[in-house]
Ligand binder design. Structure first.
Ligand SMILES: [Zn+2]
Length: 319
C-alpha cells in the first residue's frame, strides 16, 4: 500500500512549487540554495530563515514579510514526521540567520539543528506547553499511543498564537530596522488567531456527538481545547500500520458511539480510514492536521474548512 506521496527531491522543483511566503514580496529575492552567499542580518538584505514544516513556514513568511526569505525544509506534498534532509539542506542551515523547528517532531531536523544551527535555532516547543499524547478515552478503550509528548501544538489556535509571538520576537531581534513592522504583523495575526479560537469555541459548543475518529493521533490539542474526544487509528506518528486488533477496537468504539465519520488526512493514504468507514457504515472524510501546506489558502482558511467538516460530522447546530 502506498502510504504517502513521493517526496520531491529536486530543490529547483521544490522551489517552483513552494508557496513560500504569505506575501509575494516575501519570496523570490534569494534562490533556495542557488548561491553560497553569506546571509546578512543588516537592514539591507532580507533574513534567511529555514522552517521545519508548513505551520512554521506560514508564521515566518507572514511575520517576516519582506524582511525575510523563507525556505521550508519539508517539500510540498511530503509527510513531515519522517522527513529526511539532503546533505545540501543540512549544510545550508549553518548559513541561515534563523532555523524555526519543533523539537521532538522531526528527528532529522533535531539532529541537523544540533550539528549546524544551535545558535541560530528557535525551538517553538519552548514557546508553549505540551501535553502527553496518551489521553484516556473511556474505560476499556485504549489509545493507540503508550504516551510521549504530543508535538501537534499548532492545531490549538491559542498555542499557535503563543508560537507566533515567539517567532515574531525573534525576527524583531534579528531585523531591528524592521522590528516595528514585524511587531504589527504579529499583533495582527494573534488577533486573527483569537478570532479563530472563538469561532471554534462557538461552532463546536452544541453538537450531537463529541467523538472524533482520526487517522493518526494529531488532534489531541484541538480535542482538549474544544471538548472533543479523539480516538485515533494509529499513534502520534502516522507511519505505523494498525494491527487488526486495533482496527477492531476502533470499529467497536465507532459503532457504540454512533460515529458517522472516519477522518483521514491529505498526506497519508485514506485506505485504512475508508475500510473502517465501510465496516461501520460511516463516511470517510478529510480532516487536515495541517502538517503540509493546504492546497488552497493558508493555515487560517484550512482551519475554517476543518471546523465546517467537524460541525457536519458531529451534528453541531450553528453558533
Ligand atoms: Zn502528526
Amino acid at each position: 500500500m502506498i502510504r504517502r506521496l513521493p517526496v520531491l527531491l529536486t530543490p529547483l522543483l521544490a522551489l517552483a512549487l513552494c508557496g513560500c511566503g504569505a506575501e509575494a514580496s516575501g519570496t523570490g529575492t534569494a534562490g533556495t540554495g542557488a548561491s553560497g552567499t553569506t546571509a546578512s542580518s543588516g537592514s539591507g538584505s532580507p533574513l534567511h530563515v529555514a522552517t521545519a514544516f508548513y505551520p512554521l513556514e506560514y508564521l515566518a513568511a507572514r511575520l517576516g514579510g519582506d524582511a525575510a526569505t523563507v525556505e521550508d525544509l519539508t517539500a510540498p506534498g511530503a509527510e513531515p514526521h519522517d522527513l529526511e534532509l539532503t546533505p545540501q539542506q543540512v549544510g545550508r542551515l549553518s548559513s541561515d540567520d534563523l532555523v524555526v523547528y519543533l523539537h521532538g517532531f522531526q528527528p532529522a531536523v533535531d539532529e541537523a539543528v544540533e550539528q549546524q544551527a544551535q545558535d541560530a535555532a528557535l525551538d517553538v516547543a519552548t514557546a508553549t506547553s505540551q501535553q502527553d499524547g496518551y489521553v484516556p478515552v473511556e474505560e476499556g478503550v485504549e489509545q493507540a499511543d503508550e504516551g510521549g509528548l504530543d508535538p501537534h501544538v499548532w492545531l490549538d489556535p491559542e498555542k499557535y498564537a503563543e508560537i507566533a509571538a515567539a517567532v515574531g520576537a525573534r525576527l524583531e531581534q534579528l531585523a531591528p530596522a524592521q522590528a516595528g513592522a514585524i511587531a504589527t504583523r504579529t499583533e495582527q495575526l494573534r488577533g486573527e488567531l483569537t478570532a479563530l479560537d472563538g469561532e471554534f469555541t462557538r461552532g463546536l459548543a452544541h453538537c450531537e456527538r463529541d467523538e472524533i475518529v482520526t487517522s493518526h493521533n494529531a488532534f489531541g490539542y484541538l480535542a482538549a481545547a474544544y471538548g472533543l474526544q479523539q480516538i485515533s487509528i494509529t499513534g502520534l506518528t502516522p507511519e505505523q500500520e494498525p494491527s487488526p486488533g486495533r482496527l477492531a477496537d476502533v470499529a467497536t468504539y465507532a459503532e457504540e458511539h454512533g460515529v458517522t465519520t472516519i477522518f483521514f488526512e491529505e498526506l497519508v493514504s485514506p485506505a485504512v480510514a475508508q475500510a473502517l468507514a465501510d465496516e461501520v457504515g460511516a463516511q470517510a472524510v478529510e480532516l487536515s492536521p495541517l502538517e503540509g501546506a493546504p492546497e488552497q489558502g493558508d493555515y487560517l482558511t484550512q482551519m475554517r474548512v476543518d471546523l465546517k467538516t467537524l460541525q457536519t460530522a458531529l451534528g453541531c447546530s450553528p453558533a
